[in-house]
Design a protein around this ligand. Sequence first.
Ligand code: NDP
Ligand code: A1CAB
Length: 270
Amino acid sequence: MADPNLVLVGCGNMGVALLRGWLHRGIAADAIQVVEPGEPQATRARDLGVRVVESADALDPGRAPDAIVLAVKPQVMEAAASAYAGHAGRAVFLSIAAGRTIASFEKLFGAAAAIVRTMPNTPGAIGRGITVACPNAAVTDAHRILCDGLLQAMGEVAWLEDEALMDAVTAVSGSGPAYVFLLAESMRDAGIAAGLPEDLADRLARHTVAGAGALILESGEDPARLREQVTSPGGTTAAALEVLRSEGAMPDLLRDAIAASARRSRELAG
Ligand SMILES: NC(=O)C1=CN([C@@H]2O[C@H](COP(=O)(O)OP(=O)(O)OC[C@H]3O[C@@H](n4cnc5c(N)ncnc54)[C@H](OP(=O)(O)O)[C@@H]3O)[C@@H](O)[C@H]2O)C=CC1
Ligand SMILES: O=C(O)[C@@H]1CCC=N1
């Protein structure tokens, strides 16, 4: 079967992760067109072998898109996406933008347009991400299969019918890598403060976060059980956890942080 014709709108951090994933999975470069006005993003995409144009009106009119992937910032979505309204009815629109609701796209493209609102995350750049996808009523089985394949290029995919949950998804897994990176940064800095050489502290923090992440996935154990396995009664970990749970109240802080992220996602609804 021929590759689907794809248009990627915006080739920044997330757009290029998708693009690399598609090429890695064997989608032909000549099936993909990228719309990207910015440099060096346009050159980076061009170097991957795909056709890159500055704006929608320069797209090849002979290549009707099967999917239009919207990967621009939520704040510029309306201005960037409205140029593609003419493809509604044939193409499926896949948005990765935080907060932007299906209703906001239906306003731009019409209620009959097939729209999939998704939330990926940055580990998708190495195929280890997770994306949640939410379709509108116009999305057919064929659209869903196409979008599922495109998103799998970044890792796991979960489908959700209740769009109201997308803000919480965004707060947990979309923004979530930043919480883990902050943890790694903080562990490294605390190690340095405790007297470790910088390079050793950095290595210990990276490997501990990566190893713990791999163990969570590969063991399938409840994270609470894995935590208990590290925590000897009266030992060193117990001393640290007491601080994290009482003085800093890490679980409460994370709950508040995730609530703030979800609130911001709702504000970006458009
Ligand atoms: N970063 C993350 O962790 C995640 C981001 N998202 C979502 O993904 C989307 C993209 O985020 P991210 O990749 O980080 O952002 P970037 O700013 O890295 O990428 C967006 C790209 O779109 C370009 N652009 C701006 N206007 C247009 C236009 N009219 N047509 C085509 N391209 C345009 C920008 O160029 P220029 O910079 O020159 O303006 C930029 O290269 C956002 O909506 C975000 O909410 C979702 C999950 C995770
Ligand atoms: O911070 C943001 O708004 C984007 C969406 C999820 C992760 N990054």
